[in-house]
Write a protein that binds this ligand. Structure first.
Ligand code: C2E
Ligand code: CA
Ligand code: CA
Length: 264
């Protein structure tokens, strides 16, 4: 698989530290621009590619490109704080016998430190065959990758497996986050997931944050990180550098403001 006609592209969406507003990483999101019918959403074409057996080559291409891209951010923006890239892993690829070799290839090829690569597995994928998930996850942890459970709250998690899986992050599904303002139950669910993550010693990311009020609520309940249109829509690779530079300038000037206001 090669994206020769440039129909496939990876976009990147920032993930922001809630307490400081700093960008800590980016999620890589696949885009398919067809000549005939315009852009097709990954929510539509990925399940089709899975069924047609085309997902593995696409997924290998995504892994390679996203790791190269993140290695480029490190070269360009220096060591501190290092940005990570979060990559969605398809169910088919995760259970494929070549998967571990493919992720090793991607990190060797890009020379990135795998602690700056997060692999996102959906909750339903992870729980589908939990013993085999646990085994593959342990191998990935052994290689140094960070693991994240995506769409958390929509699958049927076994809490005993959740505790055993060597995961680093829970990502709260956007259906709860986007309705937090109007639906008290969903707000309570988000709070409960944050507490669960804290008690298990896991990082927690809220996705689909669109309003300041949602962001304030996440801050109040101690959610670690957030992602959503409030901060930025997914952007093409060319736009990432400018985004990082301007986000760093803003953080630096707000730190300066805080320092001068405490001094006076
Ligand atoms: P996901 O992993 O849950 O990704 C989050 C989706 O929410 C993305 O949709 C993103 O653009 C969208 N999003 C982010 N912030 C907001 C917001 O504030 N409001 C709303 N309404 N939406 C927001 P996208 O890019 O269309 O991707 C859809 C799904 O396709 C992803 O869901 C993921 O499951 C899958 N996908 C995307 N890229 C890849 C890939 O490279 N490999 C695999 N296997 N799956 C991918
Ligand atoms: Ca994801
Ligand atoms: Ca998700």
């Amino acid at each position: 698989f090669r994206s020769d006609k440039h129909e496939f592209e990876l976009y990147y969406q920032p993930i922001v530290r809630v307490a400081t507003g700093e960008t800590e990483g980016f999620e890589a999101l696949l885009r398919w621009q067809t000549a005939e019918s315009g852009p097709i959403s990954p929510g539509v074409f990925i399940p089709v590619a899975e069924r047609a057996g085309l997902i593995v080559p696409i997924s290998i291409w995504v892994l390679k490109l996203a790791c190269e891209e993140a290695a480029g951010w490190h070269r360009r923006f220096g060591p501190e704080p290092r940005l990570y890239v979060s990559i969605n892993v398809s169910a088919r690829h995760f259970s494929h016998p070549g998967f571990i070799a493919d992720v090793k290839d991607a990190i060797e090829h890009s020379a990135i430190d795998p602690q700056f690569v997060k692999l996102e597995l959906t909750e339903s994928l992870a729980m589908d065959d939990a013993p085999s998930t646990e085994k593959t996850m342990s191998e990935l942890r052994g290689l140094g990758f960070r693991l994240s459970i995506d769409d958390f709250g929509t699958g049927y998690s076994s809490l005993s497996y959740l505790k055993r899986f060597p995961v680093h992050t829970l990502k709260i599904d956007q259906s709860f986050v986007s309705t937090m303002d109007s639906d008290r139950d969903n707000y309570a669910i988000v709070g409960t997931i944050v507490t669960l993550a804290q008690n298990l010693g896991l990082e927690v990311v809220a996705e689909g944050v669109e309003t300041v009020s949602q962001f304030e609520r996440l801050k109040a309940i101690g959610c670690d990180a957030a992602q959503g249109y409030l901060f930025s829509r997914p952007m093409p690779r060319d736009a990432v550098g400018a985004f990082i530079s301007s986000a760093r300038r803003q953080t630096a000037s707000s730190e300066h403001r805080t320092l001068t206001s405490t001094a006076s």
